[in-house]
Design a protein around this ligand. Structure first.
Ligand SMILES: Cc1ncc(COP(=O)(O)O)c(C=O)c1O
Length: 382
């Protein structure tokens, strides 16, 4: 399948030459040098081990990022939502994994119509989820390819590993569906925090477990040519388990404060920041910015109550400054370091979770050498 479309691979950005001080805030910034380094490094890491890369697009939702990933060697993308699948299909990307259960009439109709045109796999874990899809597909004379979702520790969707063979048999009895392999999201690695060795061990264990499930399926006569793991903290471990064929990290294009805490990246790798301005300093020990929860997302997971890492314009952390609270459009910075900040000052905040922050903006500024040089649209924001 052609992964890099001819026409739509054309750039999507609008040229600009603006000093950061001239941008309205809050503004989403992406450092293009860091972005391209992250894309190249992940592509090389996986290619060197013979594992294909199918990045999750939700981290960027941005064609300028996605097309760079395709050009570097991604085989296609992983999507979470109908909007992401529909958008990438319009862009001409012909190898997509919709890593969500297509449940409900609207999703069933969408999956069948997309599968009829080819280039889409879905994810299933139960007969209850698969039944209506199978019926609609068979009625339309379409076969929908799918991966069986396996829970390797996250405790979200997915069959338990020991149930996989039975479930594959049950799903195999339904019409209109074709099993292609197995998929897991090893998101539980985040629980190990800064203990990188534990993150690596758990990632490897998730990859091993998924490969064992694939092998059990094959022994029982089911096809399982795709063995797909996926996460940024697990990208250096899970894909390298013997038998894994594909990896689906997403956050790696930007990284974020959570990934720095997990040891997946250094602060110097973080490509996404929110540019924000101090707008009020009436209370001692606190300054108020214009980047609140509607700019950062409310994602404080693993961040000890912080809404993001506050940095100066060169992306160096501001000592003694915590992003400790937020209203919709107001951020609260506290700590001894805020005495250095005055109304009108700019800060750059490294978000806790890049994917959630992406979804808060309809465009981003591509930054090169400290200047905003392009505006890139953000698509499929739901
Ligand atoms: C199914 C699936 N695959 C891949 C990913 C990418 O993981 P990460 O955000 O750690 O890169 C996610 C993230 O939530 C996911 O849900």
């Amino acid at each position: 399948m052609t992964a890099v479309p001819d026409q739509p691979a054309a750039p999507d950005g609008q040229a600009l030459d603006a000093a950061l001080n001239h941008l309205d805030t809050p503004a989403l910034l992406v450092d293009v040098g860091r972005l391209e380094r992250n894309i190249d490094a992940m592509t090389e890491l996986l290619a060197g081990r013979g594992v294909t890369l199918r990045p999750h697009v939700k981290a960027s939702k941005c064609w300028e990022v996605a097309r760079r990933q395709l050009i570097a060697g991604a085989i296609g993308f992983t999507c979470a939502t109908v909007a992401e699948v529909g958008w990438l299909r319009q862009q001409g990307v012909s190898d997509l994994l919709w890593a969500h259960q297509p449940v409900g009439p609207a999703k069933v109709a969408f999956a069948v119509a997309a599968a009829a045109e080819g280039g889409l796999m879905v994810t299933l874990d139960s007969v209850a989820a698969a039944g209506p899809l199978a019926e609609a597909a068979a009625g339309a004379g379409v076969t929908v390819p799918y991966l069986l979702e396996v829970d390797t520790g996250l405790g979200r969707a997915g069959v338990q590993p020991e149930t996989a063979v039975t479930r594959a048999k049950e799903l195999g009895a339904l019409p209109g569906l074709a099993l292609r392999g197995v998929v897991t999201h090893e998101g539980h690695l985040a629980q190990y925090g800064s203990d990188r060795a534990a993150v690596e061990r758990a990632g490897r264990a998730a990859g091993d477990l998924l490969a064992q499930v694939a092998s059990a399926l094959r022994s029982d006569g089911h096809p399982a040519e795709i063995v797909s793991v996926g996460s940024t903290p697990g990208a250096t471990s899970a894909p390298f388990a013997s038998g894994v064929t594909e990896a689906r990290p997403g956050t790696y294009v930007y990284y974020d404060a959570n990934q720095v805490r997990l040891g997946s990246a250094a602060l110097a790798d973080c490509a996404q920041t929110v540019l924000s301005r101090v707008v009020s300093a009436e209370r001692s020990g606190t300054v108020i910015t214009d980047a609140g929860v509607k700019a950062m997302s409310s994602d404080t997971i693993a961040a000890a109550g912080s809404f993001g890492l506050v940095c100066d314009l060169d992306c160096q952390p501001l000592p003694g400054v915590e992003f400790s609270g937020g209203y919709e459009e107001h951020g609260c910075l506290t700590g001894p370091g805020v005495a250095q900040l005055s109304v009108g000052d700019l800060v750059r905040i490294v978000p806790n979770h890049a994917c959630g922050t992406t979804n808060m903006f309809s465009q981003l500024y591509a930054v090169r050498a400290g200047t905003a040089t392009e505006i890139w649209p953000i698509s499929a924001r739901y």
